[in-house]
Design a protein around this ligand. Sequence first.
Ligand code: URA
Length: 262
Amino acid sequence: MLAGMEHENTHPGERMRNLIESVEAHLTRLKEDGITTVEVDPATLRALRDSLDAAQGPQTPLSPENEEGRITMSAPLEAIARRIAACRLCRLCETRTNTVPGQGASNPDIMFIGEGPGADEDAQGLAFVGRAGQLLTKIIAAMGYQREEVWIGNIVKCRPPNNRVPTPEEMEACLPYLREQIALLKPRAIVCLGATAVKGLFDTKTGITKLRGQWMTFEGIDTMPTYHPAYLLRNPPAKRDVWEDMQDVLRRLGRPVPGKQS
Ligand code: URA
């Protein structure tokens, strides 16, 4: 079985996923046949270890580049990203191209949390790199930060087909990853971008229009709900509200508050 899995043109992460799926299917069949113990050949274990090492090699870009231009991320964050890459907890794994764990500084002042990857993010494995992402970059710059100085991620780490809103079950399945990321990153503030981000963290039915601009607390961290950049692209006058919210975030962080929207 192992030899048959080794397609040279396949990405190591993909090979590892295929391998795990095959092992899972094989064990399930054995269990159905009433077999409760399995002897594993040491050569098989070695092959599994080699595949795992290969899968952990250069992967989807995750975080800011270091001086040599390589993408870096702290080991615990990388470990979470690897688990996300192998995740099959909901059906979004069936249609994704890449997982999008989120990226940015490992000790950010601010974590920006959106809904879920779109087509560009799914293609690149990076959060907020499409049109909405470009607007988010402008917002971040207007706040006096570079993108690499904050952390940017989503409630769900895989693209929902046709960019539909993730289901409550998908959000629930994915939330533990974000909880772990928040616990590691310890941001001084969280910005929830749009209704889904707020629903994902707070399980509230109140709409974003009511909630935006009102501080909330998630795991003891000041959290500001505001509109999603994609909404701002459709409704530019709402940029004024978002800018007010971001000014409030800067005040809370004791950072200089630029007067005007970029
Ligand atoms: N919209 C989101 O909510 N997240 C992304 O990463 C991109 C678009």
